[in-house]
Design a protein around this ligand. Structure first.
Ligand code: BDR
Ligand code: CA
Length: 306
């Protein structure tokens, strides 16, 4: 199966990209960048730096710099102004491809069926669906880190960042009919890494491991302020691991998920209908629990891979 990773790196995006690429388990056609945690120039540069540190053979395509309707929403307070914990990595020696990420997604699906791993706001994917007739029939599935399972928001009281940063795009994707595996915020909160894993990451001696360990310190500091203890919260990593090995999801719920695009307090909420009394069918499988030990091992193997 061919994969495209759509992402806004982002410290946890970095952990997901490293694991997806270095596991060798996914046939990755390319990485598409999108606005999100920080601006598009930073997210694209961070994707390029990561690819270069890992040996450099995954092409990076620059995507969309803003949401469809609203103003940009960033999360630099959790990822640093440069999206990589304010660590000063050298400028990447490789450049993005000329093709626009949205067109790359469309063209890729003309040659074969493609699955998407999405780790940021869904703008690129929504624009591809809007632009290309019947694209939804050529995308096998989307494994995404997005939304909430119990309406516990991290960016507004009810909304998770990847949805809140472009609710209209998320609505297009959830209404497309493409099968979705959704890793929500609450499951990420239940799957944080403890201090023993943090120490093992700090000991990594590979180029990409050392770079990640430096950037991680910013995230550890922020999470301590937010959760009160020294843990590492790598939301996007869960989605990458679920794409590689679906058995990391140990509990799931099939439901009809709709994105609230209006709402005085609830814009960006993922509304989960378990009853489906109106006859609607599930459009998403929501990961309610994940195997933390398996995910830790997958990540440690990936950052230490030569
Ligand atoms: C999501 O928002 C971003 O800040 C992270 O990279 C992750 O994709 C978590 O809500
Ligand atoms: Ca992300």
């Amino acid at each position: 199966m061919k994969w495209i990773i759509d992402t806004d790196p982002g410290i946890d995006d970095a952990s997901a990209i490293i694991t997806a690429v270095n596991s060798g388990a996914l046939d990755i056609l390319g990485i598409t960048s999108v606005h999100g945690n920080v601006g598009l120039n930073h997210t694209t540069r961070n994707a390029l730096k990561l690819v270069e540190l890992m040996g450099g053979d995954v092409p990076v395509y620059q995507g969309t710099s803003r949401p469809i309707l609203q103003q940009r929403e960033h999360a630099a307070e959790y990822h640093g102004e440069n999206g990589f914990g304010n660590t000063s990595l050298p400028e990447p020696g490789i450049a993005p491809q000329d093709q626009y990420a949205v067109d790359f997604i469309i063209e890729s699906t003309k040659k074969q069926e493609v699955s998407l791993l999405t780790l940021g706001p869904l703008t690129n994917v929504a624009l591809a669906i809007a632009k290309e007739r019947e694209l939804e029939k050529r995308i096998k599935q989307i494994v995404m880190m997005a939304g909430t399972s119990r309406a516990r928001g991290n960016t507004s009281p009810l909304a998770e960042f990847n949805i809140f940063a472009d609710p209209e795009a998320a609505a297009v994707v959830f209404e497309s009919g493409i099968p979705i595996i959704m890793v929500p915020w609450e499951t990420c909160l239940d799957t944080v890494f403890g201090s023993e894993v943090i120490v093992r990451i700090r000991r990594s001696s590979t180029e990409v491991g050392k770079a990640f360990a430096q950037a991680m310190e910013y995230s550890v500091g922020r999470t301590k302020a937010y959760l009160g203890s020294e843990v590492l919260l790598l939301c996007d990593l869960l989605a990458a691991c679920a794409a590689i090995d679906p058995t990391v999801i140990t509990q799931q719920l099939n439901a009809k998920v709709t994105v609230e695009t209006g709402g005085r307090f609830s814009r960006g909420l993922t509304v989960i209908d378990e009853r489906m009394d109106d006859g609607s069918k599930p459009n998403a499988s929501i990961a309610l629990a994940c195997d933390r030990a398996k995910i830790e091992n997958m990540f440690l193997d990936a950052i230490n891979a030569k």
